[in-house]
Design a protein around this ligand. Structure first.
Ligand code: MG
Length: 250
């Protein structure tokens, strides 16, 4: 069931989203050669808890950490580890959510660890801009397929691919609400976007094939061909005046 929120509810949700966005920035500050993904997760958790909020992902479906940290060929759901030391040239996707005042915020960003290759930079740029294209299509009266189509067209025109097995989602009192928001699809199809809907748009883009597999830990999701992937996400509200990004740091 798609939930439409009042302006007051969305205002409340902005706090959770701001904390999530700040936590994502904190993570970015620690993406440096020599830092473990465990250390980044610890800083993220500390920041969120200091705000009186809760990390949305910690314990969600049994996930053991506050942030998903996915390096290079890991697309999403990477588990932070003391054994994983970041090195120059890695691309590091961090996905983090915070729960505050009854609402979740959810966002992700792929950070460069030091200097990255031109190929990595290009993938990151295209993925980041594809998120913007998706957000621009999130107009009241449009449909979910308009978002997916905008992302997919932008990505595929640049010879990258969009993941099919994982999609964006509604976000609010629950971390994952209806509707599903795929990063692929047909314009004019799917659930209609109404003012008051809050959704997380999150393109996962691959350098090679979009096929992914989940490792034995039941979380870590990697590209089947071992090539790079990037991931950007914002929580947004559909309003009569157009899409409003909620996960803004401040
Ligand atoms: Mg999400």
């Amino acid at each position: 069931m798609v939930i439409v929120k009042t302006a007051r509810e969305i205002t409340l949700m902005k706090d959770a989203c701001r904390i999530s966005a700040n936590a994502l920035r904190v993570a970015g500050e620690y993406v440096k050669p020599g830092v473990t993904t465990y250390e980044i997760d610890r800083r993220v958790r500390e920041y969120i808890e200091k705000q009186g909020a809760k990390p949305s992902f910690l314990g969600y479906g049994g996930f053991p950490a506050s942030a998903c940290i996915s390096v290079n060929n890991v697309v999403i759901h990477g588990i932070p580890s003391k054994k994983q030391v970041l090195k120059e040239g890695d691309i590091v996707s961090v996905d983090v959510g915070a729960f505050y005042n009854g609402y979740h915020g959810d966002n992700a960003y792929t950070y460069a660890c030091g200097e990255v290759s031109e190929a990595a930079r290009s993938l990151m740029d295209v993925t980041r801009i594809s998120l913007e294209k998706g957000i621009e299509a999130a107009l009241a009266g449009n449909r979910v397929g308009d978002i997916g189509s905008a992302v997919q067209k932008y990505v595929e025109a640049r010879s990258y691919s969009v993941v099919r097995d994982f999609v964006g989602h509604g976000v609010g009192a629950k971390l994952h609400e209806d509707p599903s928001v795929p990063n692929f699809g047909t314009a004019g199809r799917g659930v209609r976007l109404l003012p008051g809907m809050t959704i997380a748009i999150e393109p996962m883009v691959c350098e090679g094939s979009y096929e992914v597999e989940v490792l034995d830990d039941e979380w870590t999701t990697v590209t089947m061909d071992g090539k790079l992937a990037a991931h950007y996400e914002n929580s947004i509200a559909i309003t009569p005046d157009g899409p409003v990004i909620l996960t803004v740091p401040g």
